[in-house]
Design a protein around this ligand. Structure first.
Ligand code: ADP
Ligand code: MG
Length: 255
């Protein structure tokens, strides 16, 4: 049974149909990529699932329960997580403190309790950091970390309230190819180990084809294709919409 089931989802901005009646599902233990050209409606879709935007039409079911109409925090409590960039204000905290903050927030404790709660769920924070390969850097301030390592910590933070579904909108933006692949391998490991479901967007086709279990393709708010990497790679409609006719995914910028 699918964890998330989206049906007939629509959202317009003025006369612009940003998302035009799409449907898809995400299963437990699945890493699903949402791809498509700029302006296709990917972020709008994410923001409807996490409750930031209210859809005009359709339904979004998490384990059969309707999410539309719930506040973002309520949706988060039900198990839909998302990655956030570590805020400037928290970058002076150490890696492990940032994860402890996220655990505090998951417990709905107040930020003002932070000082008294300095040991709060430290073991759990360390366990999360181990999962993302960041335990050794736990005591360093986030501000001194390499970019790829910050992204690992952001992933640990997103895992703090034990989400069932994790939404990642362009998680590897600004990363070098090697770091992109590492972050997605790590994400895939979490998907397998924890039975997590992940919906992510990504620009690099190499990364998508290498790591996603399945892909859905949006163009101008419509879902134009769905399938495995090889099915999508050979899909004429995808090649046409994504790259213009005649081009294929294999064609890169000439040397
Ligand atoms: P993607 O993430 O695939 O690049 P978006 O979901 O951001 O696409 O945007 C889809 C379409 O909706 C675009 O035409 C964009 O200009 C428009 N759009 C997105 N957000 C807003 C908004 N808040 N107000 C008006 N138009 C928006
Ligand atoms: Mg976007």
């Amino acid at each position: 049974m699918s964890l998330l089931t989206v049906q007939g989802l629509g959202k317009s901005f003025g006369g612009n149909r940003a998302v035009d009646g799409i449907g898809f599902s995400v299963a437990k233990g699945e890493l699903l990529a949402l791809i498509g050209p700029n302006g296709a409606g990917k972020s709008t879709t994410f923001n409807m699932v996490n409750g930031q935007l209210r859809p005009d039409a359709g339904s979004i079911l998490l384990e059969g329960q309707e999410l539309i109409g719930l506040k973002p925090r309520e949706i988060w409590k039900r198990g839909v997580g998302r990655t956030f960039q570590i805020a400037e204000t928290f970058s002076s905290l150490t890696v492990v403190e940032n994860v402890q903050m996220a655990l505090l927030s998951a417990d709905a404790k107040l930020f003002s309790l932070w000082r008294r709660a300095a040991d709060h769920r430290r073991d759990e924070a360390m366990a999360l950091l181990s999962q993302v390969g960041m335990a050794a850097q736990a005591e360093r301030p986030c501000s001194v970390l390499a970019y790829g390592d910050v992204k690992r910590v952001e992933l640990a933070i997103a895992m703090a309230n034990g989400p069932k579904l994790l939404l990642m909108d362009e998680p590897t933006a600004g990363m070098a190819p090697k770091e992109r692949n590492e972050l997605m391998s790590l994400t895939k490991r979490l998907v397998v180990d924890r039975g997590l479901a992940v919906l992510f967007t990504e620009h690099s086709m190499d990364v998508v084809f290498a790591h996603a279990d399945r892909l859905i393709v949006l163009a101008r708010g419509r879902l134009i294709a769905e399938g495995t990497a090889s099915e999508i790679r050979d899909h004429p409609k995808v090649q046409e919409v994504y790259f213009g006719s005649g081009k294929t995914f294999e064609k890169k910028v000439p040397a």
